[in-house]
Write a protein that binds this ligand. Sequence first.
Ligand code: SF4
Length: 54
Amino acid sequence: MNNNPNTAIHCTVEQCAHHCGDKQYCALSTVQIGTHESNPTEQKCVDCQSFKRK
Ligand code: SF4
């Protein structure tokens, strides 16, 4: 488990290897956000591209 939460990056994706367990933060110093859509129009159109499977 990651014990170095970056409190500037809130995240609830507990399935990600970079997630900080019971703390709802990411352990990375920076993350890459992107989209899988050609014309994103709402939240679900964008993704954390730093996601890594546990
Ligand atoms: S890499 Fe992205 S999905 Fe994974 S814990 Fe960090 S912010 Fe969340």
